[in-house]
Design a protein around this ligand. Structure first.
Ligand code: I3P
Length: 140
């Protein structure tokens, strides 16, 4: 709520609000109290679902993230990803996530370092919960 009150409105959104006045207010009615209410968003456009927005190409404020494709390594005769030491064991679970706008920039990565230990590195625009959920989807 504090975030909503203090953050600039996103570029594409008009928030519809209502201010109500309670004349009884404080100090035995000397000063009215004013309340700010966010109106229920029954509008047409914020209700477009994510998948509808993808379909309609309405990609404003949406980041599309992908698995980085591994490259073929002649030496090991296998597909590899470079985790720069953060992942130390081969696993079907290991992955790196990129944004197609900048395929060399790793947005997040996950992989095995021991039987029951995995590293998870994440950055903008992901939050820890999203990154954790994505990692969980890589387990059987
Ligand atoms: C799993 C499969 C995975 C392996 C996983 C196995 O067996 O071999 O490749 O993960 O190990 O359980 P199954 O195909 O029978 O489901 P790694 O690639 O990470 O070794 P785990 O149980 O230790 O996660």
């Amino acid at each position: 709520l504090k975030d909503f009150a203090l953050r600039p409105a996103p570029r594409s959104i008009m928030f519809q609000c209502r201010i109500t006045r309670d004349k009884k207010g404080v100090d035995r009615g000397l000063y009215p109290t004013y309340y700010l209410h966010l109106e229920r968003d029954d509008g047409k456009r914020e209700h477009e679902t994510l998948s509808a927005r993808l379909q309609n190409g309405n990609m404003e404020n949406i980041s599309v993230l992908h698995n980085k494709a591994p490259s073929w390594n002649e030496e090991t005769q296998s597909y590899v990803l470079n985790f720069h030491g953060r992942v130390t064991q081969a696993s079907v679970k290991n992955f790196q996530i990129i944004n197609s706008d900048d395929p060399e920039h790793i947005v997040m990565q996950f992989g095995r370092v021991a039987e029951d230990v995995f590293t998870m590195d994440f950055s903008y625009p992901l939050c820890a919960l999203q990154a954790f959920c994505i990692c969980l989807s890589s387990f059987d």
